[in-house]
Design a protein around this ligand. Structure first.
Ligand code: GDP
Length: 363
């Protein structure tokens, strides 16, 4: 091409012939950058074969907030459901420092010695605030994290407790379809997350510590009432006697509770996760529980009740999310809240206005 700028009258300025755009050096680069989503069919096939990488990918989609991911995830869950259910789901709770991770590591190895596979999941509603969950963190479970038959997954960080719990519940389905016949769901023993865990497990284990003699005071009665087994950890060294004293106190406290729906009488045992003392005894108790509830039909009944519970929970959660994530509603909430706070409108009429607006648009 001729460039008039190269004429003598434009002294000092030279424009060179351009160089054509070189061809793509690595034609695969572009393709690799745009990650193709796997199809639901591919994921299900991998999961049913027990492929851990596929399982992990599917769980990531379950946890994702993107509608595209959710669509695939829901299809995968639906297809995995007929292959799920064949596992022992055990909830494990205890305050931070009670020894949950140490114990899960040794309980897990004990279970795996008997064969089968173990998934360790977690529910930590604070994980969004703290940017990452401390529960279900692989580094906390040294032996399990390198075990080929263990799958450890930290708590999903999906905002509300309802959202986090639903995702964990869905992950259980995928793990079971992948052949995991033991599921542990860990939660921190301080609040509402126990109720969520309780509603998705068959056996609920409460890890306690022997303390200064007033250990019963710090525990919410509701959590104790949910427990099918209470185990007092760190029964080692100088602590053995105190652990035994705590055991007696817990046993007498449990006598005051109403009979459980399962008909099972919760047991109280002492053990040491760190020194691996009393582990088989804890597991014998859990075996006895499963034999008991299998025989009296409670196992099946509880699973059906849980399925119903999760149907309603999912409806509640999705309605709530739909409402609060609606931009118009968000705007209205801010505005009405200001009015309510400055006494310009009552809480009830403000709520009614917002709901009327929402349902007016919806129905
Ligand atoms: P988590 O916060 O409930 O997961 O508790 P960890 O498993 O991290 O344990 C908290 C601390 O207690 C750690 O320093 C453990 O080493 C210690 N620990 C856990 N189990 C035992 C035990 O059986 N005996 C003793 N003496 N210490 C333990």
């Amino acid at each position: 091409m001729e460039h008039i700028e190269n004429d003598d009258q434009f002294g000092g300025l030279t424009v060179n012939q351009g160089v054509a755009q070189p061809p793509v050096v690595n034609p695969y680069l572009r393709a690799r950058r745009r990650r193709v989503l796997p199809s639901a069919g591919e994921l299900v096939e991998g999961i049913l074969k027990g492929d851990i990488t596929t399982l992990a990918r599917a769980v990531t989609l379950v946890e994702s907030l993107s509608p595209d991911h959710q669509a695939i995830a829901q299809e995968v869950i639906e297809k995995c459901l007929p292959h799920s259910g064949k596992s022992r789901r055990i909830g494990i709770t205890g305050v931070p420092g009670a020894g949950k991770s140490t114990s899960i590591d040794v309980f897990g190895l004990h279970v795996l010695r008997r064969g089968g596979k173990l998934a360790v999941l977690a529910i930590d509603p604070s994980s969004e605030r703290t940017k990452g969950s401390i529960l279900g963190d692989k580094t906390r479970m040294e032996k399990l994290s390198v075990h080929p038959d263990a799958f450890i997954r930290p708590s999903p960080s999906a905002g509300s407790l309802g959202g986090v719990a639903r995702k964990t519940r869905e992950t259980i389905v995928l793990c079971e379809a992948a052949g995991f016949n033991n599921i542990f769901v860990e939660t921190v023993g301080v609040g509402q997350s126990e109720t969520a865990v309780h509603s998705m497990v068959d056996f609920f284990l409460l890890i306690q510590l022997a303390g200064t003699g007033d250990e019963l005071q710090g525990i919410k009665r509701g959590i104790m009432e949910m427990a099918d087994g209470i185990v007092i950890n760190k029964a080692d060294g100088d602590n053995i006697q105190r652990a035994q004293l705590a055991q007696t106190q817990f046993r007498s406290a449990l006598h005051l509770f109403p009979p459980t729906a399962s008909g099972w009488s919760p047991e109280v045992l002492t053990y040491s996760g760190y020194f691996e003392l009393g582990i088989p005894e804890v597991w014998d108790m859990i075996d006895r529980y499963f034999a008991f509830v299998d025989a009296n039909g409670y196992f099946e009944r509880k699973r059906s009740e849980q399925a119903r519970y999760w149907m309603y929970e999912t409806i509640d959660e999705q309605l709530r999310a739909n409402f609060y994530n609606n931009p118009e509603i968000e705007h209205m909430l801010t505005e009405r809240e200001a009015r309510v706070l400055s006494n310009r409108q009552s809480s009830f009429t403000a709520a009614r206005d917002i709901l009327d607006h929402y349902f007016g648009n919806k129905l």
